[in-house]
Design a protein around this ligand. Structure first.
Ligand code: NAP
Length: 195
């Protein structure tokens, strides 16, 4: 993408705490004109460029309302997520993860197409509520938010925004899964799938 955030409109989901809160602040620091802060509870923010909006990413009616409310969008950050430390062989637990972590971003991304380009962030442990009880070294949300936006501005597709995830970057970019993705992308580009 190679663009800057100055003058842009950004929507961050899960914006009330953790990484989402840091992403809102980082977008403001980079001169974003409007930052929609998606939250499940009412939020107030001292910067008038922030527009809080109620958004549970599993609720399609809320997504529709937000899409109608946001006049134009340059950057969508699908940040909202859950990590339920429970038995993943239990279908109900797995479905709760998928609803937020997979179908939420899928619904939102589809809702804002074709205006977006896509980047993936593959983060390591961060110092937030989500990994509070995990006894490993953690990156601060401020440094991760900064590294994410730096990488977006640099046009990186797959972003490794902290020291732990960065150790995986090279093997990810040259690995079999990524090669298969590139081969499939080339196939689709050569012969678009009929609607
Ligand atoms: N922390 C880590 O070590 C780590 C590592 C790699 C990736 N990540 C990813 O980074 C992202 C941010 O995580 P975090 O560490 O900042 O977690 P966090 O502190 O637990 O915050 C999670 C955020 O997601 C929101 N959320 C949860 N379910 C939602 C829903 N259905 N609709 C809308 N918002 C919802 C929460 O809102 P409420 O306050 O209303 O619950 C909260 O704002 C997540 O996608 C996570 O998977 C985190």
């Amino acid at each position: 993408m190679g663009s800057t955030f100055a003058g842009k409109t950004v929507l961050v989901t899960g914006a009330n705490r953790g990484l989402g809160q840091a992403l809102v602040d980082e977008a403001l620091r980079r001169g974003a004109e409007r930052v929609y802060a998606g939250t499940r509870r009412p939020l107030s923010h001292p910067d008038e460029r922030v527009t809080p909006t109620m958004l549970d990413v599993t609720d399609e009616s809320q997504i529709e309302r937000v899409v109608a409310e946001v006049e134009s969008l340059d950057v969508l950050v699908n940040n909202a997520g859950v990590a339920i430390y429970d038995d993943l062989s239990d279908r109900a637990v797995l479905e709760r993860h998928l609803a937020v972590n997979a179908f939420g971003p899928w619904l939102l991304t589809n809702a804002f197409l074709p205006h977006l380009t896509v980047h993936a962030v593959l983060a390591g442990p961060m110092d937030t509520d989500m990994s509070r009880d995990v006894p490993v070294a953690k990156a601060s949300t401020e440094t991760v938010a900064r590294a994410m936006f730096d990488a977006v501005q640099a046009g990186e597709d797959d972003i490794f925004p902290d020291p732990i995830s960065a150790t995986l970057a090279e093997s990810w970019r040259t690995g079999a899964v990524k090669q298969m993705e590139r081969q499939n992308a080339a196939l689709v580009a050569a012969e678009p799938i009929a609607a």
